[in-house]
Design a protein around this ligand. Structure first.
Ligand SMILES: CC(C)(COP(=O)(O)OP(=O)(O)OC[C@H]1O[C@@H](n2cnc3c(N)ncnc32)[C@H](O)[C@@H]1OP(=O)(O)O)[C@@H](O)C(=O)NCCC(=O)NCCS
Length: 172
């Protein structure tokens, strides 16, 4: 008998239309107007840091993405960062560890010697367990409305983070 288990694969192996449907279910169809989308506007997700979970029947149940963004400091200097998200798991499959697995896979794919700071908009009570904190983002601004308590960052060395700046897409 073959045992069917969930699998974790690169997001690039999933039909983009299926990803869109999952994100609509997790965040609602008006999600594109969210501030997070403006921060990464015009950029492409980074395939090496973006993953999907397929369930026992090969149905898409969760995704995580990462995007190239930059925090521009008051002197106009861009500080490259990764924007993490959306992190989405089908509502009926919450609490089964899929979110944790997606975050772990992404963290494992980052070079620990050269990881950029990672920023996201999310609940600190959940993402705090993965090292994200709002402690260093109080002086940062976003190109749209947001709850400052949900602007989170994870950095190997928080001392390198600018105290003030505006987040936006990182484009060369
Ligand atoms: C957040 C999300 C990705 C978590 O995925 P998941 O697969 O359910 O998470 P896990 O199974 O790894 O973890 C479940 C645990 O996290 C807790 N948890 C989930 N969401 C939480 C939140 N917003 N705040 C605090 N704790 C939360 C659960 O209570 C559970 O706790 P336990 O381990 O003590 O039982 C999922 O709930 C989701 O898709 N939410 C809607 C989209 C969203 O808000 N994304 C985040 C912004 S990008």
């Amino acid at each position: 008998m073959t045992e069917h288990v969930a699998s974790l694969i690169p997001l690039s192996g999933v039909d983009p239309e299926m990803v869109e449907q999952l994100l609509d279910r997790a965040f609602g169809p008006d999600r594109q107007s969210r501030t997070a989308y403006k921060v990464r506007e015009g950029t492409e997700y980074l395939p090496a840091l973006s993953f999907a979970v397929l369930d026992e029947d090969d149905l898409l149940v969760g995704t995580i993405q990462a995007w190239p963004v930059a925090l521009t400091d008051p002197q106009g200097r861009p500080h490259p960062m990764l924007m993490i998200g959306p992190v989405a798991v089908l509502p009926e499959r919450h609490g089964e560890g899929f979110g944790k697995a997606l975050l772990a896979a992404q963290a494992a794919a980052m070079d620990p010697e050269a990881a950029l700071p990672q920023v996201m908009i999310g609940d600190e009570p959940y993402y705090g367990r993965f090292g994200f904190t709002a402690a260093y983002t109080g002086g940062w601004t976003l190109p749209g409305p947001y709850d400052p308590a949900r602007l989170l960052v994870r950095a190997a060395n928080p001392a390198v983070l600018p105290r003030k700046g505006m987040l936006g897409p990182w484009k060369n």
